[in-house]
Design a protein around this ligand. Structure first.
Ligand code: UDX
Length: 438
């Protein structure tokens, strides 16, 4: 019942399916049962509430009952990143063993769909393998396996799930593929965009999709880093222009501090690890990852060149969430930056409209927490805008400390390029940065 599972369950229920939402985290389940979400996601809470009220969505810890009542099961467990970049399969292993135990006593043909993002071969090796081993039953005869990757984004998970641009059904068996296709057609209609393929291609589609988007971001960040050094250059003008070329397209060309979140960093790392394992050196993916990890150093470089020593400097961070409209700070570049600033002795104050609770869990008393923009900006010598929250676009310049001799604002998302920044040393990633006046 994470982002993918809970959103999928709520949308399927809204569209007429009876859905059991299973999780072994009882605290999380109790919250959901009381219509409280364990994370913030716009529009999801009312959907979950009405899905439960209609009786179509049943959150439960009772896997046995859920499987007994279900004909199709979606595995939506996390596949986090291990220290070495490889994928941690522990949740997938556990859930497929538990499913095997349930399938052992079932005499119906149940289809198991893997929605978790996994390297090629995983659905068959781990899920199919564990179910066959634990249940003693045979895939395609007694149960089916499919891979149905998910493309929803945090912050717009509800509309992404309600109107998927593509439904991928990966299966190596006609009977299974038909059952899954029939389900998606009854949920989304016969005109929905469905692509049927085999399991391994479905697994690869998800990795390729995320890798391409991440590469697009690292590409535009490379252009931004070049623009930092060229008088008159503006990355947004360049992005707008190249985005009109239909072969390129306008999306995912917003330069910034680098991509974060629960998917891109771990999926690129997992894909690289997988490629290395099969004996192919994925130099493009490695470059994407390297550019992304380098963005925080570009920011640190600008700060130290402009401000000199950061020891004792009062620095405000605007935004700790990895992007707007979420309280998620996983792999947030902002958090990585804060750790570097603290290590150099800066006094850091943080502000975020939604993510402060999660930020406290990561940073405890290492930083100060500002509950309003006004207190965030007060007495700051340097403000770094990290997250693209809409409310930061309209920061009133009078909020800036009036008697500040030299307050610098580093705008990594260029939200304030058109604001009146009189009296502020305004610097934007992707625009020329003059270092010598610092
Ligand atoms: C991503 C994929 O978009 C989604 O299809 C997949 O299912 C899960 O991973 P998500 O991580 O929720 O979704 O957010 P996304 O909107 O893709 O943003 C990821 C990161 O890239 C954020 O840190 C965001 O700020 C950054 N980003 C995105 C940019 O820096 N520039 C852009 O132009 C777009």
């Amino acid at each position: 019942m994470g982002f993918v599972g809970l959103t999928t369950a709520a949308i399927f229920a809204k569209r007429g399916m009876r859905v059991y939402g299973v999780d072994n985290d009882l605290t999380k389940l109790h919250m959901i049962k009381r219509s409280k979400l364990p994370f913030f996601e716009p529009g999801l809470q009312p959907l979950v509430r009405s899905a439960m009220a209609s009786g179509m969505f049943i959150p439960t810890e009772d896997l046995h009952k859920a499987i007994k009542e279900s004909s199709i099961v979606f595995i939506c467990v996390g596949t986090p990143m291990k220290q070495d970049g490889s994928v941690d399969f522990q949740y997938l292993e556990q859930v497929s063993i538990n499913l095997g135990k349930e399938i052992e006593s079932s005499d119906r043909f149940i289809v198991i769909c893997v929605k978790s993002t996994v390297p090629p071969g995983t659905s068959e090796k781990i899920v199919l393998g564990n179910i066959e081993k634990t249940s003693g039953k045979k895939c395609n005869k007694d149960f089916g396996i499919a891979m149905t990757p998910e493309f929803l984004r945090e912050g717009s998970a509800v509309s992404d799930s309600d109107n998927p641009h593509l439904i991928v059904i990966g299966s190596n068996n006609n009977k299974t593929a038909k059952i899954v296709k029939d389900l998606f057609v009854s949920i989304y209609g016969s005109k929905s965009n469905i692509l049927q393929t085999n399991i391994v291609s479905a697994e690869l589609i998800k990795y390729a999709n995320n890798s391409f988007l991440a590469t697009k971001i690292s590409f535009i960040n490379t252009i931004a880093n070049i623009c930092n050094n060229i008088p008159g250059a503006d990355v947004d003008v360049i992005a707008k222009a190249i985005g009109t070329d239909p072969r390129i397209g306008p999306q995912f060309l917003a330069a910034g501090p680098g991509y974060g979140g629960s998917c891109f960093p771990k999926d690129i790392a997992g894909f690289i690890h997988y490629c290395d394992d099969i004996g192919y050196d994925p130099i493009l993916l490695k470059a994407t990852d390297k550019v992304n990890k380098g963005q925080v150093n570009i920011i640190m470089d600008i700060l130290t060149k402009k401000l000199g020593s950061l020891e004792g400097k009062a620095i405000t961070i605007l935004g700790t969430a990895f992007k707007k409209n979420t309280d998620d700070i996983r792999e947030s570049v902002s958090i990585k930056l804060i750790f570097q600033l603290i290590a150099l002795g800066a006094n850091v104050k943080v502000h975020d409209p939604l993510a402060l609770n999660n930020t406290r869990l990561a940073l405890s008393d290492k930083v100060k927490y500002a509950s309003s923009l006004e207190s965030a900006l007060k007495d700051s010598e340097c403000i770094i805008l990290m997250t693209d929250w809409d409310e930061y676009k309209s920061i009133d310049r009078h909020l800036f400390q009036k008697d500040t001799k030299k307050c610098m604002l580093l705008d990594t998302r260029r939200l304030l390029v058109s604001a009146d920044m009189q009296g502020i040393d305004y610097v934007a990633l992707g625009r020329p940065i003059e270092i010598n006046d610092g």
